[in-house]
Design a protein around this ligand. Structure first.
Ligand code: UDP
Length: 452
């Protein structure tokens, strides 16, 4: 009979719904498991259904909210309705799951929750277990929201805001169910600022980032909370290769055209392809789509463009007219694509995961942020890390084909940009490798939990 596995302690992680949230949380759980921890990842049922079974038997998945039956963001009440139902069912189910473990050999020793699920900290408190808030955005993006939170909660900022000169105010997506704008802040900003509710109760505040990447912001933020960077949360095979069988996220919103993409890339020369993707949530406007199509058509470079089924259709005949140098797919295996030698440039919306992946693979970026934290990430890509160029927009927030073309060439021919991208890639690897800053942070958290 197989000997029962023993663990150092049991940690529960609560992941928010959506590709950009689940990926870093599951990756963090694999890291913890590789260091001898038993892990339960809890999230919505639809997240779990979309997940490939984890390669490690130390990671168990449990649903705390049946959004498949009760309704996701598309059900009545829209996004707000989803949030309300998730909190109502999720908090009860999460409490039950923690309770169930109390008398097992491995009671829960720490609850790591996505900061968007701010109510989780009350559950941790209820069971007297420490909570750790996990932000799936950059330290800088969170720093940029903090003054708004202080304003909204009538607190004064304890010290000057983190300075990002020239950063434009964030563009905001429109989510009608969150209600109308009242007062100075839009409902989406109010929703984002809820992440700071109860944050002072969190023993640790975690980020999918690494110290050198956001050195100054981390210093600034450490005056507020016990901040630790535990990233990049990119699968280990691409970085330090110390986590067994960790070669993908195991989660895909849409079915990726893996074979088609990889076979096509295999026919291309090193550094010759422009990869274009705007992540899982953003959709280009019809005007922007037309300009992007024109830019790619005019460019002398080959391109791989992800156009999701939820996005506006491409101009008529675009695929046929560009078939010699272009490939359009509904979803791709982005990690494999970015890791491929043929990819020389990433036109990205600069979602935080895509940004961290571009850094980890050393792929330079044409930064076209669509909303919220993407704008801070794009600012850092160009102005702080020097690994890309952000094209200019006109008054209607559209970037012309000509401007996109200028930036593609700037990146494809940019020696300094490519050099910086390579340097950051090495620093990303170093951070998560044995005794790197993120590895040390993970060990520190584990030691702290074991000493409880
Ligand atoms: N992604 C993917 N295939 C695609 C497009 C995106 O696997 O065709 C993945 C990408 O690797 C990243 C995630 O989807 O991990 C998108 O997260 P990000 O934070 O960049 O953007 P969001 O979708 O949250 O806006």
């Amino acid at each position: 009979m197989e000997k029962e596995k023993t663990y150092k302690a049991h940690i529960m992680l609560l992941a928010y719904h959506g590709q950009g949230h689940i990926n870093p949380m599951v990756q963090f759980s694999k890291r913890l498991a590789s260091k001898g921890m038993k892990i339960t990842v809890t999230t919505t049922l639809s997240n779990i259904k979309a997940m490939k079974k984890a390669s490690s038997s130390s990671v168990i998945f449990e649903s705390v909210y049946d959004d498949a039956t009760e309704g996701g963001v598309g059900a009545p009440g829209g996004f707000q309705g989803f949030l309300d139902r998730f909190e109502a069912s999720g908090s009860t189910n999460l409490a039950q799951l923690i309770k169930k473990q109390e008398n097992s050999g491995y009671p829960i020793k720490c609850l790591v929750y996505d900061a968007n699920i701010h109510w989780a900290s009350n559950i941790a408190k209820q069971f007297a277990i420490p909570g750790a808030a996990f932000f799936t955005q950059s330290c800088a993006a969170i720093a940029s929201y903090y003054p708004m939170h202080c304003d909204l909660s009538d607190k004064s900022l304890p010290f000057p805001a983190f300075s990002m000169p020239g950063l434009p105010p964030p563009k905001l997506p429109y989510l009608p169910s969150l209600g109308a704008v009242t007062g100075q802040y839009s409902p989406i900003i109010r929703f984002i600022c809820k992440q700071f509710d109860n944050i002072e109760n969190a023993e640790w505040v975690l980020f999918n980032s690494f110290d050198k990447l956001e050195e100054e912001v981390v210093k600034w933020m450490s005056n507020l909370w016990t901040v630790r960077n535990i990233g990049p949360t990119v699968p280990s095979v691409y970085l330090d290769n110390r986590v067994e069988n960790d070669n993908d996220y195991g989660f895909n919103l849409f079915k990726p055209s893996t074979e088609v993409c990889m076979q096509w890339l295999n026919t291309k020369e090193t550094g010759s392809v422009v990869y274009v993707s705007f992540g899982s949530a953003a959709s280009l406007s019809a005007e922007q789509m037309a300009e992007m199509a024109e830019a790619l058509k005019q460019s002398r470079h080959s391109f791989l463009w992800v156009v999701k089924p939820t996005e506006i259709k491409l101009p008529t005949n675009f695929v046929e007219e560009t078939s010699e140098k272009g490939l359009v797919v509904a979803w791709c295996p982005q990690l494999e694509v970015l890791a491929h030698h043929a990819v020389g440039c990433f036109i990205s919306h600069c979602g935080w995961n895509s940004t961290v992946e571009a850094i980890s693979f050393g792929v330079p970026v044409v930064a076209m942020p669509q909303f919220l934290d993407q704008m801070t990430n794009a600012y850092f890509v160009e102005k702080v890390w020097g690994i890309g160029i952000q094209p200019k927009e006109n008054e209607e927030n559209v970037t012309s084909a000509e401007e996109i073309g200028r930036c593609i060439n700037g990146v494809m021919n940019g020696k300094e940009i490519k050099k910086k991208a390579k340097q950051w890639k090495e620093l990303a690897k170093e951070a998560i490798d044995e005794n790197g800053s993120s590895d040390k942070s993970i060990d520190e958290i584990i030691s702290w939990i074991l000493a409880l």
